[in-house]
Design a protein around this ligand. Sequence first.
Ligand code: FAD
Length: 454
Amino acid sequence: MNNSLWITFLEQLGENKISKSESELYRHSRDESSHLFVEPDFVVFPENVEDVVKVLQLANEKEVAVTPFGAGSGLEGQSIPINKGISLNFDRMNKVIEFSPEDLMITVEPGITRLQLNEYVNRHGLYFPIDPGADASIGGMVATNASGTTAVRYGSMRDQVLDLEVVLANGNVIHTGSKAKKSSSGYHLNGLFTGSEGTLGVITKITVKLHGIPEKVLAARCTFQTPGECAEAAQVVLSSGIQVIRMELVDAESIKQVNEYGNYSFPEEHSLFFEFAGAPNIVEEEATVVEELMKELGCNNWERANSSKERADLWKARHEMAYAFKHIKGKVSTGSDSCVPISKLAEMVVFGRELLEESGLIGGVFGHVGDGNFHTLVMYDPNDPVEVNKAEYTNEQIALKAIKLGGTCTGEHGVGLGKMKYQVTEHGEAVELMKSMKTLMDPKGILNPGKMFY
Ligand SMILES: Cc1cc2nc3c(=O)[nH]c(=O)nc-3n(C[C@H](O)[C@H](O)[C@H](O)COP(=O)(O)OP(=O)(O)OC[C@H]3O[C@@H](n4cnc5c(N)ncnc54)[C@H](O)[C@@H]3O)c2cc1C
């Protein structure tokens, strides 16, 4: 980028909202994926929607790439500014705009994180349940249609978003929904912008649903001989109509890694972790029914987390799973997050485990099996081409099989750079429609260019 562009943005925004310090360029060159780092030319820290409008109007006029940046916890390179230009950081737009506990909704700026939002609403007996593990920004979570361990009960961000304020590539500001709990009015723009990964517009306000904190929460775990048996057992729980709030599969290798990493002592067998939540008598009853079902299916053991400390440890261990693998020296991680119809889950999980065994690489299978979404995590040496190929092959086979079985290459992490190659296989002709929409909304291609599709 030539220096006169930097000076133009500097003059328009003022020096405290723009930076090209080495540390900021480095921070905005990466996310939590293993995709190659690319530094932006500079970083802008907007403080309000007017700043965002100014940035986009200028960037559109000068044809400079703009890549929104939330907390940088993405796993597919979505916030890496591969065409350089501007990284738009939302750290300073993290305020609560309007809180309506009686309506069970809140309007926030995009930079507020999941934990900050919960800290704000918890004292009113409410919570925001979507939990991607990382302390992601709400803007980033909308942009990737994030979900996580509670998706089996609450769905994904798309199910929680009521309205978005979005600045389009030309600087125009629109709203995509309303504060009504449901609507049949117009096209579903909430759904379009949620999951658009910063390629269609920049989100500056978000209204989401809130939920009452359940009166009682109970966690339990059990183990089975094979990951396939775990997946089949998960399917039985779903068919029983019991509304678990979390149901996670963790294979024996993942348990072994997390035991070593966090000093836990979970049995190193293929496991299912459960959480039940609601009125105390119903929670007790549901846990008892699931215990009976699991025992009928031949689970090796069933153990309740009896104290809140034990429950917290169970979910802490689950959330540390990826980091447990990442501590292996000299290796980096890559992974898949396919999602399939629940009837195909056992087949997929077995396939994933077999691929890992064949590759000879260290890796685990774990995930949110309650909604057919699971992860394989593969550790490889980035300097060893044989290991790199094996890791890529494993990811590819899983994505392609999931699509073949009627599922998707990504249940929650998004497309970014890593899943672009599967878009035509998964969506066929619809990719051309998506490309036309992108051209219509961002004719100069300034918004997060080089992502989503080729
Ligand atoms: C250990 C670990 C576990 C994880 N587990 C899960 C999981 O279980 N489920 C899950 O869904 N994800 C998971 N993730 C991935 C990650 O947390 C999510 O993708 C999250 O939604 C990213 O949010 P972020 O704020 O970090 O966004 P970033 O990574 O900064 O950005 C993600 C995308 O959002 C866009 N974006 C950010 N802000 C805006 C905005 N205001 N307007 C428009 N676009 C914007 C960016 O341009 C980019 O395309 C995990 C990550 C880690 C590190």
